[in-house]
Structures are given as structure tokens and as C-alpha cells.
Write a protein that binds this ligand. Structure first.
Ligand code: SAH
Length: 244
């Protein structure tokens, strides 16, 4: 029996934002592997085993998925949003790289709607020109790299999306990130705090950089920063398609 690992994104929260392709993969899975709150989104059924694990054990989780696939099971690894954006897809390939016998396993990655795109669509088109995405967590990289990327992105006038902006274990870093933006950008720069997008707790605030406060973000928030031309139009925010 030939097993498989399918790495899927469940989108930002709303069922309607899960792709039909992902729904089909889940319908034929024998096992679902993932972080506890994401696995909780999968309804249980006969023939399906749910394997929920804690945060920060991505490599172990990926290895477990690959081991089950090697035994012939159809394993789906779930992430929120898109699995390739600060999520499980890279962890699965890291595990394959470490364990050569996994290289023969059939691996597929199915895209999902990532938080920044769901948030951008809610407010209009703030990512309508060049933009970048930065993970503000220093769990897997030194904070100095975060600071450098942030500063250079601001200098290059990219719009930006910040994932993992602020957590209880590192409450001060997001304030530092805002300070860097204040050094590089004008005070009227638009900053969008999009919390729990596409869930019942959704809360979206568009403010200027002068008004932005670190407490406006938590781990369920994706923060979008406009480029120099991003502007408000009624309740919307958008970035023109042209620059220069
Ligand atoms: N793979 C996910 C990102 C995982 S990192 C994706 O593509 O969306 C976790 C971070 O994603 C959170 O700290 C937050 O910044 C962002 N995020 C995930 N879901 C979100 C949602 N529904 N609303 C706002 N931000 C979200």
C-alpha cells in the first residue's frame, strides 16, 4: 500500500475559504496531523484519526506524518492559511531532507488563503503594488535579521505584512518594529491591524503610524503596512498599481 502526505492550508477561519481541493483531500484522509487549534477545525468521522500536537514541534509532527505515510496511510498535514507561509510545508521538506528513506513518499502541497490576503481583501487593496511578508517571531531567526529586513523593506517602499507580530513571550519586540517604521516612514503611513480575520471574532482597525500602538496586535493579528502611496478612500484602503 502506497501512502501519501498532503500538506494543506485551511484558510484564515471561515469554512467558505477552504478550497474544494483541500476538502477532497480531507475526505479521503486516514490521518490528520497538525497544531491543536487547526486539527480542532476538522470534524471527526469513522476511519479518520486526528493527531493534534502542541506548537513549536513542527519537525516532530512532520516526521510523524511521513512515518505514517511510509506505513501506507493517507496523511493530511493541516496548517492555517496557506501551508507554505510560515507553516508546515517547509517543515515537511526539512524532515524529508533529514531522513533519506522519506524521499520516495508521495508529497503534495495544496495552497490556502493566507492571512495577509484575507485581511487585504477585507479592507480593499492595500497590497495592490509590490509588497513583502515578514514573520516577526524570532523563534527561528535572530531578531537582528527581523530588524534589518523591516528597515530595508521600508526604505525600498514595499507595503508589508507582519505575521506573528506580538506574543506574550516577546511583548516588546513589536514596539521596536514600530519604532523602526517611525524612523523610516512618514507619520501618516497607514497601518492595518486585522485580528482573527474570517472568524466570528474578526476585528479590523486602520490607523496611521502616529496612532499605531503595540497593544493593538496580538498573535491572532496580521499587521499590514501600506507603502508611501497607500491611501484611504471612504472605508477602504488601497495602494495604487503604479509607483514612481
Ligand atoms: N500559514 C498561516 C500563517 C501561520 S503564522 C497563513 O498563511 O495565514 C500565524 C500568524 O498568522 C498569526 O500570528 C497571525 O499573524 C496570522 N494569522 C493567521 N490566521 C489569521 C487570521 N484569521 N486573522 C489574522 N491573522 C491571522
Amino acid at each position: 500500500m502506497i501512502g501519501s502526505v498532503t500538506v494543506v492550508g485551511l484558510g484564515p477561519g471561515d469554512e467558505a475559504l477552504i478550497t474544494p481541493e483541500v476538502t477532497c483531500a480531507l475526505a479521503v484522509a486516514t490521518d490528520v496531523v497538525g497544531y491543536i487549534p487547526y486539527v480542532a477545525r476538522i470534524p471527526s468521522r469513522d476511519g479518520l484519526t486526528l493527531h493534534a500536537s502542541d506548537n513549536r514541534v513542527e519537525l516532530e509532527r512532520a516526521t510523524h506524518a511521513l512515518e505514517m505515510a511510509a506505513e501506507g496511510r493517507r496523511v493530511v498535514v493541516v496548517s492555517s492559511g496557506d501551508p507554505g507561509v510560515f507553516a508546515m510545508a517547509s517543515a515537511v521538506f526539512e524532515a524529508v531532507e533529514r531522513t533519506p528513506r522519506f524521499a520516495s513518499i508521495n508529497i503534495r502541497v495544496m495552497p490556502g488563503i493566507t492571512a495577509m490576503l484575507a485581511a487585504a481583501a477585507r479592507v480593499g487593496a492595500p497590497l495592490g503594488h509590490d509588497f513583502c511578508a515578514i514573520n516577526l517571531s524570532d523563534n527561528l531567526k535572530p531578531w537582528e535579521i527581523v530588524e534589518r529586513r523591516l528597515r530595508l523593506a521600508a526604505q525600498a517602499d514595499f507595503a508589508m505584512a507582519f505575521y506573528n507580530p506580538r506574543s506574550a513571550s516577546r511583548p516588546h519586540q513589536f514596539a521596536c518594529a514600530l519604532d523602526i517604521l517611525r524612523e523610516e516612514c512618514e507619520t501618516t503611513r497607514l497601518v492595518i491591524f486585522a485580528r482573527a480575520v474570517a472568524t466570528p471574532e474578526e476585528d479590523i482597525n486602520i490607523v496611521t503610524l502616529a496612532e499605531a500602538r503595540a497593544q493593538m496586535a496580538d498573535m491572532r493579528t496580521v499587521v499590514l503596512v501600506g507603502n508611501a502611496a497607500t491611501r484611504r478612500i471612504g472605508p477602504y484602503a488601497y495602494t495604487p498599481r503604479r509607483a514612481g
